[in-house]
Design a protein. Structure first.
Length: 235
């Protein structure tokens, strides 16, 4: 019975180790951590920790209901409106990395068609209000309000629905990179459209790296195996 329990413990240790994914290179990708700041007579109550790009005077971009939200109602106020946030991260080993994320496009019929959920790597370009955004070579994902609206009309997509566990493969060189989350811009006129992001994960593809606690658990199991084997020799 004791040997059976020992093997069950070892199996659990090994399974736990194998199940651990490679470390997420993005911090606070679920936007669970945020703070409030005031500037210029305005207060933003949802500035995400670990991300850059918005300040206390920004009133259209904030953490809302556990996700990063960009309200895109235009025309843009250059002082109080922001349409992207960014975070730098370091890649230790060049190779293939998987970016996964959730996004929501809300009330797309009222927004300007070329805006939407957009993700850039290392570089991005904004455009002046009313000017169609330039093509950004480093765009790794784009789903515009127009794309979403067509899917609603032609494919029966339920409006205002989260798109979960979206995935993009990236070939990254070693060194520092920057990830941008964006709404693309601000709408041409007042609207109720918005873009939300959540659960941003960037991890090396194809490998598993046990977390420290899991490694300790595995080593403890192996040590216990040796002790038990010494105490209960074969008969």
């Amino acid at each position: 019975m004791k040997r059976t329990s020992l093997f069950v413990l070892l199996a659990n240790c090994i399974a736990a180790s194998a199940a651990m994914a490679s470390p997420n290179l993005i911090s606070n990708g679920d936007f669970s951590s945020y703070y409030a700041a005031s500037q210029g007579g305005w207060t933003n109550y949802g500035i995400p920790t670990g991300w850059s790009g918005i300040t206390g005077q920004i009133d259209n971009a904030t953490v809302y209901q556990g996700a990063m939200l960009f309200a895109t109602s235009g025309p843009r106020n250059v002082t109080r409106d922001k349409f992207y946030i960014f975070q730098s991260f370091t890649v230790a080993e060049a190779g293939s990395y998987q970016l996964t994320f959730d996004f929501l496009l809300n009330n797309v019929s009222s927004g300007t068609g070329y805006n939407g959920a957009k993700i850039y790597l290392d570089n991005m370009y904004g455009s002046a209000p009313g000017v169609t955004p330039v093509l950004v070579p480093n765009t790794v994902f784009s789903r515009t309000y127009s794309d979403e609206y067509q899917a609603i009309l032609r494919n029966g997509l339920t409006p205002n629905t989260w798109h979960l566990a979206q995935s993009v493969m990236l070939d990254l060189s070693a060194g520092q990179h920057t990830l941008y989350l964006s709404s693309g811009g601000m709408d041409m006129a007042a609207s109720s459209a918005s873009v939300s992001f959540d659960n941003i994960v960037l991890a090396q593809a194809g490998g598993t790296v046990p977390e420290p606690d899991t490694a300790v658990l595995l080593m403890s199991g192996l040590l216990l195996a040796g002790v038990m084997r010494g105490r209960f020799p074969r008969r």
